[in-house]
Design a protein around this ligand. Sequence first.
Ligand code: BTN
Length: 259
Amino acid sequence: MTSDRSLPSGFTLWAFNSVGSTNDEARRLATGGAPDGTVVWARQQTKGRGRRGREWVSPPGNLFCSIILRPDCSVSVAAQLSFVSAISLIEAVESAATEKSVDVRGKWPNDVLVNGRKVAGILLECQSRESSGGNSTECAWIIIGAGVNVANHPADTEFPATSLAAEIGQSVAPERVLESYVESLSVWRGRWREYGFSAIREEWLKRAAGLGGTITVRLPTETLDGRFDGLDESGALVLESEGRRRHITSADVFFGNRV
Ligand code: BTN
């Protein structure tokens, strides 16, 4: 079903009470030709997915949404949109916390922390035009799935989690967070188009958790300790470890040394 909840120009909302995963609904719509700016929002998910095939527990009260974009660029450039989304989520979380000052930061690659605990995550899925017959790495569409722990958060996660309600001590409507997120996304996507990734990288680094500090980076085959030195021009994490600068494209990050 569609709804006329207020979104910026160029964005259209598909609102559901319950779906398996908003990313799956968005994929179905994108495959059927849904335009750039299609927003899928559900009050709950029964099969919410996180990064690396993890489950994303999705009870009512939290925000679950997936946005279809059709950027005119390669798949690897389109992946920069995860940082556009992370900055927009940071702004949306900040604007929900009007009553209490909270520390909102991005955690590489694209989580959002409030007071050092995870409040939101992003799951990016991109389709190249290859599969429609050609041999290109151009992006046909990208789905940016975002989950925000507005009212509830899971217990016993490897990286500690929290919710907006727990941190700001008041309840917030998920649709309010959705509206400010899409509003910010529209602005930051415009800046990305106009100024490129450098503007996004600069803004994200201003809000980065752990920058300059010691981090532990868990890769599929090894775990490294080192100093978080920034992002390179593609968004990879730059780690100074044992005298080498390593560019990490995919990993789980923890703060401090391993114990
Ligand atoms: C992560 O931190 O692992 C990413 C979590 C992404 C969860 C969101 S909720 C909306 C969208 N639908 C899904 O199934 N997953 C993403």
